[in-house]
Design a binder for this molecule. Structure first.
Ligand code: FES
Length: 68
């Protein structure tokens, strides 16, 4: 599924960039070799990053931390 229509970036490409340690939207754009155009997708990319971080802490802590 395309997350960034302007640059034709898929959710899989973004997930790979996040897995490679790119933990800001701008870092994800750079990892994908593009620059943001309209910026509409940046919020969704940020939510994907936050979701991965939250999932990591839940896994590490055994759900001991509350995730906002
Ligand atoms: S949808 Fe990603 S920059 Fe426009």
């Amino acid at each position: 599924m395309y997350v960034c229509i302007c640059n034709a970036i898929t959710d899989q490409e973004i997930e790979q960039a996040i897995a490679d340690g790119h933990l800001t939207a701008s870092a994800v754009y750079s990892a994908c070799g593009v620059a943001p155009q309209c910026g509409t997708c940046s919020e969704e990319i940020t939510e994907m990053i936050e979701g991965k971080i939250a999932a990591h802490f839940e896994t590490v802590s055994g759900n001991q931390f509350a995730v906002a």
